[in-house]
Design a protein around this ligand. Structure first.
Ligand code: SAH
Ligand code: SF4
Ligand code: F3S
Length: 442
């Protein structure tokens, strides 16, 4: 039987797309390979949001190309955002590549595979107008799952390639989303994360469609769904209604990922983000007024064209003010075709590196302090897997922190109360409170 190996880069949307590719391949009779060396089909699911993941994809294509010298029947498919960006050029530059499939064409994977097995090499890119997506459940279903609710983005932030490689924003029909969530719940999924580049604008372009908050309410009515998360939110579209939803939808976890990108108005304006520093801070204040203790994470970048030391200090100042629970921070890299690519990439690489390190050191300190402040608290944890040490289980709090604690295996997939004993840099340690231990032993 033929075997498939999938290598994934990029965001959660790409991870979800890899699950869809795998589901389709398994339906075509493939089995999963445990390494690229034993695969008959290798799929590289690519990301092009920064230079680094793009280069990683190219170097993997080189490595997989060498495997093909030993296994000439091996087929290599490039899917994802680099596939959309480069299209036919990938076939021209890399003779080892058989198939190139853009993110909006994944459902055509089985037909494409069939043709490539007949020896054809080809490329399927571009965007469909139809916002529907087949319900394809992840082959390895655990206790939590991702659900796509929209594709693409209309924001065109000056630095960002996503609108070009994922196409215009379109919302998946709510009926389809609800059907998928119902099926997931029937199979034991307790937590869903709704995915989109800008989930706050769900349904806005489709007359008669539910709004994002209405969609959240409908999902919360599905029996078995105990936790709901979503990502990503755009600060300019974060409405009072959504902030209020945290209060009255009990399944909605107290965590929001709200990228701010920069702390200086001058930079935010040139990035075309559509909000000011003050407006961002005001939204954070509202979130904390309505949902005290809500965990807030974000994306930020350093070294955007024209970013001065003063601008950078404003970014640090914003981080100190908000005290994020965690941050994903990046060095700006020019993306071909974006507005910012017309401007000189004028912050020298060593300076970008220095700014990144300074920012990360500050955030590490804040993250550790915040994790330590949870010591002694009883927190609700969804048990997802085994911990790092023997006998340990691993789970997540509603505020999205990883907790390792000793407990019996039959707690797997269940929601339990855990007392936090130690806040570490990247996770928490905990223990089952004695009341729970008694209940477990009884
Ligand atoms: N839709 C999300 C972000 C998607 S991209 C949003 O609007 O926030 C994920 C993150 O990559 C971005 O938040 C940004 O911080 C970073 N990023 C995007 N383009 C980049 C670039 N050209 N250079 C460096 N980082 C970039
Ligand atoms: Fe990129 Fe901006 Fe769209 Fe996010 S909102 S995907 S950063 S263009
Ligand atoms: Fe990367 Fe595409 Fe996601 S460029 S971040 S994989 S949308």
């Amino acid at each position: 039987m033929r075997k498939i190996f999938i290598q994934t880069f990029g965001c959660q949307m790409n991870e979800r797309d890899s699950e869809r590719v795998l589901a389709l391949a398994l339906a075509c009779g493939y089995r999963e390979a445990s390494s690229p060396e034993e695969a008959d089909l290798i799929v590289v699911n690519t990301c092009t949001v920064r230079r680094k993941p793009e280069h990683k994809a190219y170097s993997l294509l080189g490595r997989f190309g060498r495997l093909k010298e030993k296994r000439p029947w091996l087929r290599i498919a490039v899917v994802g955002c680099l596939a959309q960006q480069e299209g036919e050029r990938l076939l021209e530059r890399f003779p080892q590549v058989d198939l190139v499939i853009g993110p909006d064409r994944i459902e055509e994977f089985p037909e494409a595979l069939l043709k490539s097995e007949e020896g054809q090499r080809f490329c399927l890119v571009g965007f469909k107008e139809d916002p529907s997506q087949r319900v394809l459940l992840p082959p390895h279903l655990g206790v939590k799952a991702y659900v796509n609710i929209m594709q693409g983005c209309d924001n065109y932030c000056a630095y960002c390639i996503v609108p070009y490689v994922r196409g215009p924003e379109k919302s998946r029909p709510s009926e389809e989303i609800l059907q998928e969530v119902r099926l997931l719940a029937e199979r034991g999924v307790k937590e869903v994360t709704l995915l989109g580049q800008n989930v706050n604008s769900y349904g806005k372009k489709t007359p008669g469609e539910l709004s994002f908050v209405q969609l959240l309410r409908k999902i919360s009515e599905i029996p078995g769904i105990e936790r709901i998360r979503f990502t990503t939110s755009h600060p300019k579209d974060l409405s009072e209604e959504l902030i209020g939803a945290f209060k009255d939808i009990p399944q909605l976890c107290e965590h929001i990922h709200l990228p701010f990108q920069a702390g200086s108005d001058r930079v935010l304006k040139r990035m075309k983000r559509g909000y000011s520093r003050e407006e961002y801070l005001r939204k954070i204040e509202r979130l904390r007024e309505v949902v005290p203790g809500i965990a807030i994470t974000a994306d930020v970048m350093v070294g955007f064209p024209g970013e001065t030391e003063e601008d950078f200090q404003e970014t640090l100042g914003l981080i100190e003010k908000v005290r994020f629970d965690n941050l994903f921070s990046f060095k700006y890299s020019t993306r071909k075709g974006t507005l910012a690519s017309r401007w000189p990439d004028d912050v020298p690489p060593p300076e970008k590196q220095r700014r990144l390190e300074e920012l990360q050191a500050l955030q590490r300190k804040i993250t550790l302090e915040k994790n330590k402040s949870l010591q002694g608290k009883l927190m609700e944890v969804l048990v997802e897997g085994f911990g790092e040490r023997p006998g340990q289980l691993r789970g997540r709090t509603r505020c999205n922190r990883v907790v390792n604690f000793v407990g019996p295996r039959d707690l797997m997939g269940r929601i339990v109360w855990v007392r936090i004993t130690e806040g570490l840099q990247n996770s928490l340690r905990g223990e089952l409170p004695w009341e729970a231990k008694e209940a477990v032993c009884a």
